[in-house]
Ligand binder design. Sequence first.
Ligand SMILES: Nc1nc2c(ncn2[C@@H]2O[C@H](COP(=O)(O)OP(=O)(O)OP(=O)(O)O)[C@@H](O)[C@H]2O)c(=O)[nH]1
Length: 284
Amino acid sequence: MPKPIVDQKGADAIRRSLGPFSARCHRFSQSWNLPPTTTSIFYCHIIVPNSYTSNASRTKEPTNNTCTYCPLFPPLSPYSVSPESLCAMQLCGRQKVVQRKMVLLGDGACGKTSALNVFTRGYSSRREPTVFENYVHDIFVDNIHVELSLWDTAGQEEFDRLRALSYEDTHVLMLCFSVDSPDSFENVSSKWIAEINENCPGVRVVLTALKCDLRKDEDMNDNPNSISFDQGLAKAKEIGAVKYLECSAVQNRGIRESFYEAAKVALEVNAGGGSSSGSQCTIL
Ligand SMILES: Nc1nc2c(ncn2[C@@H]2O[C@H](COP(=O)(O)OP(=O)(O)OP(=O)(O)O)[C@@H](O)[C@H]2O)c(=O)[nH]1
């Protein structure tokens, strides 16, 4: 049976030893006999790329990045848990968990679900168009434990009414387009901003360019029809987005950063609905 990480020494040892390794952490709140002040604790599986002997608070893992103790969990991307987060997790028993809701929206097939899957699971497989999906993902942003509720919506017009139900209590909107789809880019201002203004005016928007790998074709030539960084940035300014982010699920580039940056924006919104420079979405 693996041992949980319970002391700072263990967490520090992990931080020092991580180097090129990655870690996977699972929360054990019920299954361990915890000190009274501890509300939750994490057991960390350190995923090692090759044979590696560990001490009590680390676990040797097979080379394929699949967890020995939780085979049902899919492999995670190498950087889905940073050493800093790991140490913060160690301390989280004493920290308040902050709950935030992020909604992804944008044209159908622009890549929302794939980005979400790569962020939460480390990979994305072929799938049917989304009708509605909802995940809760624990992350640490600036040492704050955030229970991030991620709402994936259907981009297609026939789901407009269903999608409207997703906006309640939203802290941040990740408005997406695909760089290989000028239509999805145009719809940012011609369709999506109107929908946002109608359903949750004032909620902070993060504009996110998806499928950025498609700016190049297979021969690494520039795709002349793709949306450039400058165009994306100009669009973000035009619609009043608080951030402009770019990523590719296929290459797993910028995915983690994009969700973390969006989560940071969500954190700036007060739980009660007030915000320093935006507001929480509430459907009345
Ligand atoms: N080249 C490339 N293709 C991608 C990327 N992300 C997603 N795709 C592909 O784009 C297609 C649509 O991706 P989805 O993630 O289902 O798009 P979606 O926005 O969730 O679509 P809806 O559920 O219909 O709203 C799939 O065939 C994906 O394989 C990417 O980063 N690069």
